[in-house]
Design a binder for this molecule. Sequence first.
Ligand code: SF4
Ligand code: F3S
Ligand code: FES
Length: 239
Amino acid sequence: MATASTVELKIQRFDPERDNEPHWQTLTVPVEPMDRVLDVLTRAKELFDGSITFRRSCAHGVCGSDALLINGRNRLACKLRVEQLGKTITVAPLPGLPIVKDLVVDMDGFFEKYRSVQPYLVASPVEGSGERIQSGEQRDRFDDTTKCILCAACTTSCPSFWAEPEYVGPAAIVNAHRFIFDSRDENAEARLDILSDEDGVWRCRTTFNCVEACPRGINITKAILEVSYELRASSDHVR
Ligand code: SF4
Ligand code: F3S
Ligand code: FES
């Protein structure tokens, strides 16, 4: 392999069968000009230590499985080029979730919150052609929130979530928004009721960390505020 240089890769390691707490491992890893952090992690595993554990699948910013805390910010390892980071790269698991091993966190609670907002279309059968017609304007209403890849970078960067892990979190609200504002859906009231809970939208303090973390560029805070306005408009849900 023709390598251009090396980087110092600091990886947070934790093996629950051996370690009482996480520790850092530092490796000098050869890199190529177009490498992304995922490439460097993969090379470190291949060249130095096959036990380094992390999730990845698509390697192209689609599946959302390799969100990590990289040089202090939540980002996708497969979308971040090494040249954007300098000579030292620190990689740790997403904050605020239990560590399973090394860079892998337990996502069960995250997906439980996602499921709690009923993230699917609820609509009665359609007579005739079976099509549910929607105008471009109606589609635009929720276009931004269709882009979520469920990487959890937003929720795990949110101070309100760190302080109160029961907070449903920005990712779940984004996915509720996607259906609440879909003109074809008939279940907005139920989702708003769920999000009016004390651990729902009201826990957002408009900190904007989530917006900075989102690899899909979703305006998460705007979506949260739109859901909040919708809740206020329907006083039934304000507890
Ligand atoms: Fe990831 Fe953005 Fe979806 Fe949050 S809203 S889970 S940061 S893609
Ligand atoms: Fe958290 Fe984003 Fe609100 S970081 S406080 S969910 S604006
Ligand atoms: Fe799929 Fe990075 S590996 S988003």
